[in-house]
Design a protein around this ligand. Structure first.
Ligand SMILES: [Zn+2]
Ligand SMILES: [Zn+2]
Length: 303
């Protein structure tokens, strides 16, 4: 699979000179599966540019939502494939109160909050609440496993395996919440053990605490500790705080390298940036490339 980052920011989109290097779009990760089909993790503002690219294809699109908070759904009305006649969009929401979650994606397109109404779209959106594992296995040949997030309002993490390589997406998750966790730390270690690529929420520094304890996001120091304990191949720190500047993320990167070296952990760690692309094959050595995620809208292309 090829994993590409289109939006790496949490809570609010943050364009501007202080976020040019890592990017300001909210959560969206694209996975091109080995069979050539597409899986999208969350529909934050980053999904807009991805839509330009996917509008050039005709295959069904699979969207897995972690949860319904605004920064994970706000890009959906700007996703080009939903305006393509008969394009199939499979939206998977797998939390038990799923009907509420799905509604948040569609209800934002009610003619008032957005000028186009969901029922007027020419695409064929297929909302799914259950059966994600068997459906994706049968249709795409991948294994998907879910795990509850420690986050206000709930949500799910995903572990995806395609041809023997595994990628986990764990965003909006507080490893050490002030209440009974939906998933304990030792359960996270177990769930993530040995994954090739771990994308994990790393929104806060020690300076953000204790004020933000209980807000549903993790401390950077806790996340790198988890990655070392779970012996993951590569950790990608994700869902950067909107106030975190490029310079601060550069500093965090240096601290992460020092920590993992001192632990003698085999884990590599990078801060997520828009355009970062990992090609996961066995063995996966952790390298990534930068790709240009800006692409020409399909309606501007010459016939
Ligand atoms: Zn979020
Ligand atoms: Zn959230």
């Amino acid at each position: 699979m090829i994993v590409t980052f289109y939006g790496v920011r949490g809570s609010a989109a943050t364009p501007g000179p202080l976020t040019v290097k890592y990017g300001g779009n909210t959560s969206c990760v694209h996975i091109q599966l080995d069979n050539g089909n597409d899986l999208i993790l969350d529909a934050g503002s980053g999904i807009r540019l991805l839509g330009h690219k996917l509008a050039k294809k005709s295959s069904p699109v699979n969207i897995l939502l972690s949860h319904c908070h605004w920064d994970h759904i706000q890009g959906y009305p700007f996703f080009d494939p939903i305006y393509q006649p008969d394009r199939v969009i499979n939206v998977y929401v797998s939390v038990e109160s799923g009907r509420m979650l799905l509604n948040s994606l569609m209800v934002q397109m009610d003619g008032t909050h957005f000028p186009v109404r969901a029922e007027d779209l020419p695409s064929f959106a297929m909302p799914k609440f259950k059966g994600i594992e068997s459906e994706l296995y049968e249709r795409e040949g991948i294994q998907v496993v879910r795990q509850p997030l420690n986050h206000p309002g709930g949500g799910v993490a995903y572990r995806i395996e395609d041809n023997g390589v595994r990628c986990a997406y764990v965003t909006d998750n507080e490893l050490d919440p002030p209440h009974k966790p939906a998933t304990r730390y030792d359960q996270w270690v177990n769930f993530l053990h040995g994954v090739d690529l771990l994308i994990h929420d790393a929104q806060y520094t020690q300076d953000d605490m204790p004020h933000r304890h209980g807000w549903g996001h993790s401390l950077i120091s806790q996340v790198r500790h988890l990655a070392a304990d779970a012996e993951v191949g590569t950790l990608v720190m994700f869902h950067h705080d909107p106030d975190r500047t490029d310079a601060e993320l550069d500093e965090i990167q240096i601290e992460n390298d020092k920590y993992l070296k001192s632990m003698r952990a085999p884990t590599r760690c990078v801060c997520a940036a828009e355009g970062m692309q990992f090609t996961l094959t066995k063995p996966f050595l952790g390298g990534f490339t930068k790709t240009d995620i800006g692409s020409e809208p399909v309606w501007k292309l010459k016939a």
